[in-house]
Ligand binder design. Sequence first.
Ligand code: ADP
Length: 439
Amino acid sequence: MTADSPRPTLVLVYQRTSLPWVFESAQRAGIDLVLVPRPDEAVSADRLPPAVVDLLRLDVEGDPAGALDALRRRHEANAFQGVVTLYDPAVPFVAEAAELLGLPGIGRDAALGAQDKRVMRERLAAAGLNVPGFVRLDDPADWEKAARLAFPVVVKPAHGFSSLGVTKAETPQSLKSVVDEVWQTSANKLGRTDGLVVEEYLDGPEFAVESLAQGGDVRVLAIGYKGDPQGPHFEEGVYRAPAALPDAVQESVRREVVAAHRALGITDGPTHTELRLRGGETPYLLEMGARIGGSGVSHYIASGVTGIDFAAQALRIAAGTATEPLGSGPSPTPVAAAANYIVPCGGSGRITAIHGLAELRDDPRVDHVVQMLFPGDVVRPYPDFTGYPAFVLSRHADTAEAEEFHRFLEQSIRIDYTDDTVDTVDTDDTEDTDHEGQA
Ligand code: ADP
C-alpha cells in the first residue's frame, strides 16, 4: 500500500468470474483485486467483475516456477498485500507464493496437508483424530496392500477435487479394477499419476463445515447437511444449512473440526471441511480445504446463515488487515437458512433442453441460478464427466423450508438428451466449481 493507494490489493488466483461472491465481498471490504484468470476463461479488461483493478495472466499449473517469478516481479514493481485462491489445486501455489514474498498465508507445509489426501490422513491419525482405516498407494500394482481393509472401501486420487474419480469398491475382488480405473481417471482428468488413497467407507450422513481461523483461533460458522450419497460414484447433490443436528453432535463436530485445524497446522484463513457422521453421531473428516469452498458457494451459505461477511473476513486475513479477530467463541446463532441445489445430470448425451430452470430466476427464494451446461453441450457418462448443469442458491426462514424447496426442484427440473453424440464436443470445463465440491 502506498500513500496514494491506501486500499489493500490481493492477487486472486483462478477464480471464475461467473461466481460473483468473492468479488462482491472484496468490494464491500474495500479490497482491490488483481485477478489471475483461469487459462481457459476469456476475461475482457473492459468488463471486469467488481473490485478487479487489473488482470495478470499466469500459468500456475503448467509452469508454476514461471508463475512464481512473474508474481515476484509484479510484487517488486507494484506491491500487493496478499495472494489468495478458492481453487483447491492452486492452494499449494498460493501458500508458496505468500511464503516467498513474505505475505500472510498458511505456509507450504500446511497447504500440503490440506491438499494431499495421503498426508492429511496421516496427520489426522497422528493427532489421534477419527480416521478410517486407510492405505496409500503410490503405484496401482500395489493394490493388494489395500485388500486387508474392511470393505466396502473408497478409492480416490491423492490430489483430487470435485469427487473426480472417487469410487467405492464393495469387495476385495473388485479392488484391482477400481484402483486401475481411478488411476486412469487421475491421469486423464487431473493430469497426475502420483498416488491414490484407499480408505474404509464411512457409513453415515455427510456434512460440510465452514470455519475461519485467525492467529490459531478457529471459529466454526456453519454446519450444513450434504446428503447421504452411497456411491459407487459421489456426485454432489444438496447443501442445506444450518443442519438439523442435536446440540451434542454439533459440539462434537466443532471439536473435531477445530482439532483438525491444529493437526494440519492451519492457523489463518477460511476452511471448508467435509465429514461424515459414522453411526449418525461420530464425526470423521473426509477432507479439509484451506480455502472458501465451492468457488464461493461456501460464502453464500455461511453468510446467509450467520449474517457475517465470510469472504470479506477471509480476504482481510489474506491481506493482513483483519484487525477484529472473530475469536474462538461458540458458533453464531443462525439468522436464516441457506441452500444450494446442484442439478444432477440425470443422464448423458447431448443436452436438448433444460426444463424448470429459467422460471426460478423470478422465484423470491432464489438468489442465484448459476448455469454451467446448456442445450448443445455433451454430458459424458460418469465417471468420465462430472460437471454439473447448474446450482440453485436460495434462502429460507429455516432448514425445513429449504428441504421442501429442494423436493420441489427434484420434481420440476428435468434435462432432455439425445444420444447423437459422443466423441465430438467436449464440454469438460465445469469441474472446478470444486464441488466440493462444494463445494
Ligand atoms: P474430492 O476432494 O475429490 O471431492 P473427497 O475425499 O471429498 O474427494 O470425496 C468425495 C466424496 O466421496 C465425499 O464427499 C463423500 O461423499 C465420498 N467419500 C469419500 N471418501 C469416503 C469415505 N471414506 N466414506 C464414505 N464416503 C466417502
